[in-house]
Structure formats: C-alpha cells, structure tokens
Design a protein around this ligand. Sequence first.
Ligand code: AQP
Length: 312
Amino acid sequence: MNKPVLLTGLQSSGELHIGNYFGAIKPFVDLYEAYDSYLMVADYHALTSLKDPEAVRKNIVEVVKDYLASGVDPKKAIIFKQSTVPAHTELAWIFDCLVSVPFLMQGHAYKDKVAKGLEANAGLFTYPMLMAADILLYDTDVVPVGEDQRQHVEYAREAAVKFNNTYGELFKEPKEKILSGVGVVPGTDGKKMSKSYKNTVPLFGTKDELAKAVMSIVTDSSGDRPENVYAIHKLVRDETELTSIYGSNQGNYKALKEMLIEDLDRYLAPMREKRASITSADVAAVLEDGGRQARAVSEAKMEKVRKAVGVA
Ligand code: AQP
C-alpha cells in the first residue's frame, strides 16, 4: 500500500532561524520516515522579496545544508528545488485562472508583507496559488507548517476544490500540521520571528551569535516571568524543569538569558557540527537526484491536468 504523502518547503530568502526550524523543519523531521516525503527549497517564492542573484544562489545551497544538518536523509525524502520542476509554475497559472482577485486579497501573508513595506509585486499577490501547486502536484496529505501558513494550506484546499468542481476530481485536499506551542515562535522583539523582521535567533549561528540574539530579547516585567525568553526556552528544555528554574530566578533576567544561551547551544551544536561537514557538491548531488524524482511525479500529474483543462 502507498504511504501518505508529506510535503513542506521553506523559502530560500535568507538565513533560517529557530522559528523556521521548530515550526516546519523539526515537525517534518519527526514525521517524514513514515511518509512518502518531499522537502522543497522554495526559491521561486524567494524571488518575491529577493532581487540579488548572488544571494539567491547562495541561499539555495545554504537551505539545503540546513535541511541535511537538521537530520533529513536524502535517501528517505525527495529534496528538490522548486525552480527545477516546471510543473509548479505551470499549475500555479491554471489555479490563478480559477481563483478571484478578492479571494487572494484576503491573504494575511500578502497583507502583512505589504504592511512591512515590501513591494506589493504580483508574485507576492499570487504566491498562495504557487504554494497550492507545490502541495497539490504530489497528492500531499500533510503539510507541516507554522501558524502563519495555515491560511495558505486552506487556500491550497480551496484551489483543489475549485479545480475538481470545474474539471473533475484530480486533486487531493491536504491538511496542515501545526504543532501546539511551536506554531508561532516569537522573535527577539516579541513579534513573530521572521527573516524580514530582523528579530531572529539564527538556527546555525555561532554561540556568540546566539548569545547576541538572546541578550537582545525584549523582556517585560509585568508578569512573573519574561514571556519572550520563556517561549523560546521551552522549545529546548523540559517545562517542569523550567518552572522551578524560572521560579527561583524571578526578576533575574540576565541569569535566565544566560541559561537559555547554554541550553540553545547544547541543543543546536550537534546540528551545527554536522552542517560544517556538508559540501556544496553534496548539495548539488542531492538537488540533482531530488529534482529528477520530483519532475517525474509532477509531470505525470500535469499530463492529467493538461487533458482535464483541454490544452492537451
Ligand atoms: N516564527 C515562526 N514560528 C513558527 N513557524 C515559523 N515559520 C516561519 N516563522 C515561524 C514557518 O517556517 C516555514 C518557512 O516559511 P517561509 O520560508 O515560507 O517563510 P515565512 O513563513 O514567511 O518565514 P519568515 O522567516 O517569516 O520569512 P520572511 O520574513 O521572508 O517572510 C513555514 O512553515 C512557516 O510557517
């Protein structure tokens, strides 16, 4: 019997942070061996914000290193780059022709990014339909994501339903997998940790970089504990231990932050060491193999799609 399908992807739009890891990568790593699994580098999505070709090229390699260092075995998951699988943009166009402008205008991510001052380019606006194509091409059952992507998975379901109602049943409706407690990892300023907010704790930074980020976490003295520090701490240390640590260090934010630095470093150091041994040649080989497999699966689906819509 076929296994269910798991797929997630991260934009290669900059250095990954612990929010990306706990929201999407770790849930993928925890689940992927029980599924037919796909892990995508969303490089075309990154073009909505990134216009520097050198940075685009570099980030792609870095993200694949991050995936491998996080524990994904390329023999057990198809790791691929979105831009090497033409079916993604092709299917996105077909979905663009099925959904309305007012429907896309409700997208939180689009509204947030425009509010952050990002250029409201058409790619950013239609991004949910490219993401729908990413997911639906592979008959995905489960998509591990952070809370901010919940709506995009709903949009993917909506695209599947619209296509199926218009052209006949071809797409499966996927479900998001959002783990409680990690759906929104806060950044150093207490807002959602986000590459573009510059409020990140880097996933593969040095201990000094971790320390700098942790020391800059905004603390607020209104409650019993510094919530932004605690919210990150509970990702890497048992909450019963933390209750007693935070209880006996009330008001001592410096000590609590120093403990967080040590705990984060202990948690992340093995992955950091593993990452240092991964070469660009390893990455190229993984993407070559993954791209070939993803093209084979997606092209078979696209043949059915083209027939269904009448262009073939
Ligand atoms: N703070 C977060 N907490 C939990 N999960 C998060 N994710 C992102 N930030 C957090 C999850 O990481 C995955 C990758 O998402 P993406 O690369 O498509 O971009 P994003 O969600 O927009 O991530 P960023 O860091 O916020 O990037 P920018 O600033 O470029 O927009 C997704 O599953 C996301 O939910």
